[in-house]
Design a protein around this ligand. Structure first.
Ligand code: NAI
Length: 488
């Protein structure tokens, strides 16, 4: 019986098949004990009318094998289909996106020239945030995107980040956020970070506002070690970090879940150079090395990484980087040089097997039913009212008068805002409005109200005004579950 581990492989679109061929050739030459099960995913499936972008067999194989090594895949524009890359990460709950950014020899950057080595790991939350893709047009002028940050989802990603930092021997882990503005969403991400941090007292844990982080990363990146960041902010910061170490050609990525993990490069299908044997396979190779470590093949990973580093040190390059005086190699020829150099060790920063064995992660058994995550409820929940999102081009004072006259004795209109800024009862004549207001209607202090009461109120109000959406105002113990309007 073969003692190889089987993984699903999807070569992808554009440059995907070329770089995948190069990387698997290197793995085979290094005698990595892997068996590849090729699965069909990507553009050709969308073209055949499969809106999921994968065949049912591909889905089943990935779910059985638990590991998908994939090339970049194209999201067809304007066909109403969702990105298969994002769908795969979300459907299979790969909640942590691990992106490692390390200076490489032979890859010149502002920092390499200044003699400053970079070794940063970003753990980006991978499921939630605006990537829920829950968007609505409230009026013909106004689009709204819902941004989810959840306690269980945040705990999962923080725990992964701390576990990884502990195994890696990291000195510091920093949570980046914008909780000064998004107090409830990013506030929850930050609160859960410090809850988990208590279990890892040996690691210095701190936090930083995301814009401050962006500035500090371009001026003194060496002060950071592991960063844990919500999805969208993490996406932007990780491309910034790719720039610090030489560009997208050097940015690997691992999407880690409890059951299924996906390994891929950060870059896309590079349609401008597809099929020309020009693409740099390094980012996919580095992603493959994270995969080998994840599977426990640390020695093979170290051997290949040392060969890659040695190769780069020699000035061997593809067309997208390196010294223009050296003739660039094609994708396959570059891989052949890495193969020829297997067993060689770079003069600078050789990678040891021990130092790279930290990623090993056990796969949990297949779940029997869908896991519903819910933390214990400890506080009494009450409904204080609702925010009514209305379509109107009336003046705020007119709207205030109309609503006040329509809501009855049990309720009071406490504020009206437009694009998040209060315009009633107080406001500024200079606040420019659009045709969509939010009216906050709360219960009178001596009243209790139910969700049904608020929906009945919406029904009654809709005789005179167009209601686009209703959001309940929840209170959990002493904590209000809603933010104030700007200027309220
Ligand atoms: P891209 O990353 O494909 O290309 C941006 C630029 O970087 C291009 O000039 C390209 O030639 C260059 N480049 C990228 N990878 C390279 C490599 N390995 N070697 C040398 N040069 C490289 O980004 P773009 O053009 O925005 O997206 C193209 C397609 O890729 C889109 O359909 C997009 O949806 C998809 N995409 C897929 C991703 C994935 O599968 N995870 C991630 C990002 C984009």
């Amino acid at each position: 019986m073969s003692n190889k581990i089987s993984i699903a492989v999807a070569p992808g679109d554009g440059i995907g098949p070329e770089i995948m061929k190069a990387v698997l050739k290197i793995f085979d030459a290094a005698q990595v004990p892997l068996e590849y099960v090729f699965v069909e995913m990507g553009k050709s499936l969308f073209d055949k009318g499969l809106s999921t972008g994968m065949t049912p067999e591909a889905k089943q194989q990935v779910e059985t094998l638990g590991v998908l090594f994939k090339g970049p895949m194209e999201t067809p524009k304007g066909k109403g289909v969702k990105s298969i890359n994002v769908t795969a990460r979300k459907v299979w709950n790969t909640y942590a996106n691990n992106r490692a950014f390390k200076s490489l020899p032979g890859v010149e950057t502002v920092f390499s020239k200044a003699g400053i080595p970079i070794d940063l790991t970003i753990v980006r939350e991978n499921i939630e945030d605006t990537y829920g893709g829950i968007e609505h047009l409230l009026t013909h002028d106004v689009a709204l995107c819902r941004r989810f940050i959840t306690r269980p989802g945040s705990l999962q990603v923080h725990r992964y980040a701390f576990e990884m930092a502990r195994k890696k021997g990291s000195r510091r882990i920093t949570c980046a956020h914008k909780s000064n503005i998004m107090k409830l969403t990013d506030g929850l991400f930050l609160e859960t970070f410090y809850e988990v941090a208590k279990e890892y007292p040996e690691i210095q844990s701190d936090d930083i506002i995301i814009d401050d982080l962006a500035m500090k990363l371009v001026s003194r990146p060496q002060q950071f070690d592991v960063l844990v960041i919500p999805n969208l902010q993490g996406d932007i910061i990780s491309d910034l970090c790719a720039g610090l170490v030489g560009g997208l050609g050097f940015a690997p990525s691992a999407n880690i879940g409890d059951h299924i993990s996906i390994f891929e490069a950060v870059h896309g299908t590079a349609p401008d150079i597809a099929g020309q044997d020009k693409a740099n396979p390094t980012a996919l190779l580095l992603s493959g090395l994270i995969m080998l470590r994840h599977l426990g093949f640390a020695a093979a990973a170290a051997r290949i990484e040392n060969s890659l580093r040695y190769t780069l040190e020699q000035g061997v390059r593809t067309g997208d980087f390196g010294d223009p005086a050296q003739t660039p190699l094609g994708t396959q020829a570059f891989a052949d040089v890495v193969i020829a150099n297997l067993g060689k060790v770079p003069g600078t920063q050789p990678v040891s097997e021990q130092a790279t064995s930290f990623h090993v992660q056990e796969r949990l058994p297949r779940p029997e039913k869908v896991k519903v995550m819910c933390s214990p409820k400890t506080e009494v929940e009450t409904i204080n009212g609702a925010d009514f999102f209305l379509e109107s081009t009336a003046q705020p004072s007119e709207l205030g008068a109309l609503l006040t006259a329509s809501i009855g004795d049990r309720f009071r209109l406490t504020t009206i805002s437009n694009r998040g800024t209060q315009v009633w009862p107080e406001g500024s004549i200079f606040t420019e409005c659009v045709n969509q207001y939010r009216a906050r209607i709360e219960r009178q202090p001596d009243q209790t109200v139910s969700a049904q009461d608020m929906l009945d109120l919406a029904r009654a109000l809709s005789d005179n005004i167009k209601i686009c959406s209703v959001e309940m105002l929840m209170q959990f113990g002493d904590k209000k579950g809603y933010s104030l309007a700007q200027g309220q």
